[in-house]
Design a protein around this ligand. Structure first.
Ligand code: 13P
Length: 303
């Protein structure tokens, strides 16, 4: 089907249903283009909680739409592709958290937003890649279990050496592809470029970076910088905003495999269908909802 026809249908349906469309920085360009707001997990969770629209089409992966639903249970939150999941989020279960709590009763659980609602419900506070350091630093307990991402956890551990932090073994399969050698090679090819990476990268990659931040922080850093060339260590979707906001700057992706297969599932067609058929509605079990909302709201309060 013609792209312009689908776009026009989306705008018409959006108007009719008074819906809000948000897109994560990893979405395909066409989806980012039709969204009302584009950003990182933290920014989008705030936008969804604050905006008045009662229908939200969340162009991202399942845990993101689920977090929006938890923060606004009275809104209809739609995920265009219901099987857009996150392997990292699936690397920890509520039962794992229960076992950790028994083993380490005086530790607090700081849980990355890339996790299922059932895990959030058993955590003390949630964080995203943009506020993890602040949340761990400010949380009123020096003993922390950080889960599920061991790489973001190691980054936090380095920034907050005064705390005792236990890490879980999860990781993002896309960021994990970047190796130290990729950074060294990219630097030799582009000696004037700054290296900007996401904290889900391996610690040895983070070590070589000039800047470490969430997708939005990477975009904001490159946009504010006086430098003209950047090597980017995160999913390729960020190139959409980077190039749009900085037409005079050059961006080189650190690894050709920086494509999150789940984030790329949403298409213009599935966004149109999401609006038309009001699908796929995200629901959260009642007994999980309360605990997950408490942990997510704590993040908004602190972050
Ligand atoms: P952001 O915090 O930048 O949204 O990152 C989320 C994510 O899943 C990165 O892989």
């Amino acid at each position: 089907m013609n792209i312009e026809v689908v776009k026009n249908e989306i705008y018409k349906l959006k108007e009719e249903k008074k819906a809000l469309i948000v897109a994560h920085n990893y979405q395909i360009d066409e989806v980012q283009e039709i969204a009302d707001f584009v950003g990182d997990s933290f920014y989008l969770s705030k936008v969804c909680a604050q905006r008045p629209e009662k229908v939200i089409v969340f162009c991202g992966v399942h845990f993101m739409a689920e977090s929006a639903k938890i923060l606004s249970p009275h809104k209809k939150v739609l995920l265009p592709e219901i099987d857009a999941g996150c392997p990292l989020a699936d690397m920890v279960t509520a039962e794992d958290v229960e076992n950790l709590k028994k083993k380490y009763p005086d530790y607090s659980i700081v849980c990355y937003i890339n996790s299922p609602a059932s895990v959030k419900a058993k955590s003390d506070v949630i964080c995203t890649s943009s506020n993890a350091v602040k949340i761990v630093k400010d949380f009123p307990n020096d003993k922390i279990i950080f889960l599920p991402d061991k790489n973001l956890g190691s980054f936090v551990k380095k920034q907050v050496p005064e705390k005792d932090i236990i890490l879980w073994e999860g990781f993002c399969i896309t960021h994990y592809k970047i190796k130290k050698e990729d950074v060294e090679k990219a630097k030799s090819l582009h000696p004037n470029a700054l290296v900007l990476v996401h904290p889900e990268c391996r610690p040895e990659v983070v070590e070589l970076a000039d800047f470490v931040g969430s997708t939005k922080q990477i975009i904001d850093f490159a946009t504010a910088s006086k430098e003209k060339e950047f090597i980017i260590g995160t999913e390729m979707g960020v190139l959409y905003s980077l190039k749009k906001l900085n037409p005079d700057k050059k961006f080189y992706i650190l690894h050709p495999g920086m494509i999150c297969p789940n984030m790329k599932k949403n298409t213009l067609q599935s966004v149109r269908d999401a609006l038309l058929y009001e699908r796929y509605q995200i629901e959260v079990e009642e007994e999980i909802m309360e605990g997950a909302k408490r942990a997510l709201s704590k993040m908004l309060e602190m972050g």
